[in-house]
Design a binder for this molecule. Structure first.
Ligand SMILES: Nc1nc2c(c(=O)[nH]1)N[C@H]1C(S)=C(S)[C@@H](COP(=O)(O)OP(=O)(O)OC[C@H]3O[C@@H](n4cnc5c(=O)[nH]c(N)nc54)[C@H](O)[C@@H]3O)O[C@H]1N2
Ligand SMILES: Nc1nc2c(c(=O)[nH]1)N[C@H]1C(S)=C(S)[C@@H](COP(=O)(O)OP(=O)(O)OC[C@H]3O[C@@H](n4cnc5c(=O)[nH]c(N)nc54)[C@H](O)[C@@H]3O)O[C@H]1N2
Ligand SMILES: [Mo]
Length: 696
């Protein structure tokens, strides 16, 4: 980071960084425009008019936090701490404070995207007695499967696309399993263009081949697993010829992929949310873990490795889960239904909306969210709109910018950006590293970092003894077990827990059997399928003819965009210049049948509503599939939160049920829809339509 006279002027690459290896993404180049953008929230705000009317009074931090703490403590006294739900968005480095405040306050309920993003992998791995295993790119995998993951664009979580790119330039074979012909798919030795949401069936068919052709690791299976016979019995129901009909992938390609992956050693399996955002989520996750294990690639160099937790205090200790009384833990919303999610205290959103709407199983009165554009990013957005606008008693949102979500809040708190605070980066990840992130510039206006906000809110709520005079002291507290202070750490490149391989040989698995179980007894006891299987999604080509006549196309949503992160960055001229509008990919033949031209506006319709997108004709999607971006809203338009639903793809998605049984993962991919040229009728949302002011 280059800083001149207190102003950040350039974001520089760090070539010594072991994870980014000097790669910086386009969003980083666009960030300084956002850092100094005139739209930024600079002061705490209190709603002045009716909710959503757009009238605000500036208030002091003290008034804001005193009001919030007063309300939350009032709800707790009247309706129980569980009537307050905290929330956050995608993984960021302050989340530990959200859980610390929630646990001390006494509510088990924290609303996050974790039910369908990454946490299903964590939860099912833990149930099997391990942490999640990650690709060990630094030890030269000979073959990589990229499964529902567009890593070169999305760079998520612990690994960055650069590590995959380097592995491929070293000559590794590549198998891509994706309904879209991505840049990565173009490089692949084998591209399996599957029907969305059929991943678990495809993985079972690959295992079928691996077992039938005796390509599995006998030693690993015999010594370190249980339930192999039951698994083999299940695999009998998934021969490639049958799975071709389910997944649309030709049987010979399934066989070829299984052989290539099983015969190349070591091989790594990279997966993404393409697999998790549907009703088969956890079954796909566990089938993939079994593929890794069966082929002897678990915890071996160049395979999928369970790296250590980073040095420093374990996150669970920081979050003070033990302070949440057992009777409060039991009140976790949806715990009786989504039992795997409950093991890691995660909830699917509909249970929160049910509680707010109907008081079922108890009333929820307040929602306090940090860094989450809830209205734009959560499924079934019209319902979310109605709940936030009309049914919720008290709503607090903390953000860097005004958004369609902050528009509906009672109190809005201005957050500092990642350039404006010191922090321990990657503390929540499991690649074994932590990095110092030094504050580059002072916060804009009166913005506070989320840590500071939560540290001060914790004190106002009456838990002063668990918080710090200044939040920086909490960095020392976290680093204490690693034997360094923040002052020492801030000039260190990183701390790392060195990886150890094949830990199961000495430690086994932390399951009841001490082994990796193919047959999950806990799943059976919960009333779920103890073995991975496949079910048709609630909306699919298997539906009744009348439904299919109206909604003939499969819809996938949210494939990551290079220029934007979630619903962020739409304020940047630099990033919007090359990507001004929301896009939906449609096969040219499908478009021609509907009179849709490349670049024209179209309406996409599902049973939940209609939205407006620009057509991008692309023969890399199947004729029966369309793929729409997520996160769209238009900061340049002066419009209400309701009108900002116009191109919000979550107007079309389901919050369920039916959902993935264990985790409550929602169906964001593999829904049904139809598309028509916008000229033949604008979407229903446009009833209060403002003129279409495209900015460029
Ligand atoms: N249809 C569909 N919906 C999806 C997905 C999909 O694929 N399809 N993907 C889902 C997934 S995987 C996820 S993780 C979620 C993401 O869900 P969210 O994280 O809730 O969504 P975002 O829209 O990214 O909202 C992040 C907000 O945080 C603000 N922000 C950025 N930095 C900070 C900060 O430091 N502090 C504070 N307080 N605010 C900050 C941004 O301005 C933005 O408004 O969306 C989910 N929704
Ligand atoms: N630039 C950018 N980077 C991001 C984000 C962002 O918004 N922008 N978001 C961040 C977040 S929150 C997350 S969770 C990650 C997600 O990053 P990834 O896990 O890479 O997720 P996606 O790009 O949504 O989807 C990956 C691929 O899955 C495919 N896919 C869709 N449906 C299916 C299916 O049913 N089966 C299979 N096998 N594939 C399917 C899509 O075509 C896509 O190419 O990215 C993070 N990084
Ligand atoms: Mo995510």
């Amino acid at each position: 980071m280059a800083v001149e006279n207190g102003k950040a002027v350039k974001i520089l690459p760090d070539h010594e960084h072991p994870v980014s290896k000097g790669y910086t993404c386009k969003k980083a180049h666009g960030f300084l425009e956002l850092q100094y953008h005139p739209d930024r929230l600079l002061y705490p705000l209190k709603r002045a008019g009716a909710r959503g009317e757009g009238k605000w009074d500036r208030i002091t931090w003290d008034e804001a936090l005193t009001t919030i703490a007063g309300k939350l403590n009032q709800f707790k006294a009247q309706s129980g701490a569980e009537s307050v739900v905290f929330g956050h968005g995608t993984g960021r480095d302050f989340h530990r404070f959200v859980y610390r405040v929630a646990n001390l306050f006494g509510t088990p309920n924290v609303l996050t995207p974790g039910h369908m993003c990454y946490l299903p992998r964590i939860a099912i791995s833990k149930l099997m007695g391990m942490e999640i295993s990650l690709c060990d790119y630094d030890n030269k995998p000979g073959c990589v499967i990229s499964w529902g993951s567009n890593h070169l664009i999305s760079n998520p979580d612990e690994n960055k696309g650069i590590n995959l790119a380097k592995t491929l330039s070293n000559g590794a074979k590549l198998i891509v399993i994706d309904p879209r012909r991505t840049r990565l798919a173009e490089k692949a030795d084998l591209w399996l263009q599957l029907r969305p949401a059929t991943d678990s069936a495809l993985a079972l068919a690959m295992m079928h081949v691996i077992v039938k052709e005796d390509l599995y690791d006998h030693d690993f299976v015999e010594k370190y697993t249980t339930g192999f016979d039951e698994l083999v019995e299940r695999l009998a129901a998934f021969p490639p010829e049958k799975v071709e009909k389910i997944s649309w992938v030709p049987a010979e390609k399934i066989v070829a992929a299984a052989r290539l992956y099983a015969r190349t050693k070591p091989a790594a399996l990279q997966w993404g949310v393409g697999i998790e955002q549907n009703v088969n989520c956890v079954d796909a996750d566990r089938a993939l873990i079994y593929l890794v294990a069966l082929t002897g690639n678990l915890d071996v160099p160049g395979g999928n490795v369970i790296f250590g937790l980073p040095p420093g205090m374990p996150r669970a200790r920081f979050s003070l889960f033990e302070k949440l009384p057992p009777e409060q833990r039991e009140k976790l919303l949806g715990a009786d239904t989504y039992k795997l999610g409950a093991t890691i205290n995660r909830i699917t959103p509909h249970v929160v909306w049910d509680a707010i709407e109907n008081g079922d199983p108890y009333p929820v009165r307040a929602l306090v969210v940090f860094a989450s554009n809830t209205l734009t990013a959560r499924e079934n957005a019209k319902r979310v709109y109605d709940v936030l606008k009309n049914r919720l008693e008290f709503f607090v949102a903390t953000d860097v910018f005004p958004t369609p979500t902050t528009e509906l809040a009672d109190i809005v708190l201005p957050a500092a950006t990642w350039l404006e605070n010191d922090n321990i980066a990657d503390y929540w990840k499991v690649h074994g590293y932590v990095f110092p992130r030094n504050k580059a510039v002072e916060p804009a206006g009166e913005a506070w970092s989320d840590h500071v906000i939560l540290n001060e809110l914790g004190k106002k709520l009456g838990f002063g003894e668990y918080f710090w005079d200044s939040y920086e002291e909490s960095l020392d507290y976290i680093l204490e077990p690693a034997g360094v202070t923040w002052e020492q750490f801030r000039s260190t490149p990183y701390l790392r827990t060195e990886p150890r391989y094949r830990k199961y040989e000495t430690e086994g698995f932390a399951s009841e059997s001490g082994k990796l179980d193919f047959f999950l007894k806990q799943y059976e006891q919960w009333g779920y399928d103890p073995l991975p299987g496949f079910v048709e999604p609630p909306e699919s080509p298997a539906r009744e003819p009348e439904f299919l006549a109206r909604y003939p196309l499969i819809l996938i949503t949210g494939t990551r965009i290079f220029n934007f992160f979630g619903s962020e960055h739409r304020q940047s001229d630099y990033l919007r210049r090359t990507h001004p509008d929301p896009l939906v990919e449609i096969h040219p033949d499908t478009a021609a049948e509907r009179g849709i031209a490349d670049g024209s506006w179209v309406v996409i319709e599902s049973p939940r509503g209609e939205v407006r997108f620009r057509a991008k004709l692309f023969d890399g999607v199947d004729r029966r599939v369309v793929s729409a971006e997520f996160g769209w809203w238009f900061p340049e338009r002066d419009r209400t939160a309701y009108e900002q639903l116009e191109s919000n793809i979550n107007v079309l998605t389901m919050d369920g049920p039916p959902l993935d049984p264990g985790m409550g993962a929602t169906n964001l991919k593999g829904l049904m829809c139809d598309v028509r040229a916008a000229g033949q009728g604008t979407p229903r949302i446009e009833s209060a339509h403002a003129p279409d002011r495209q900015r460029r």
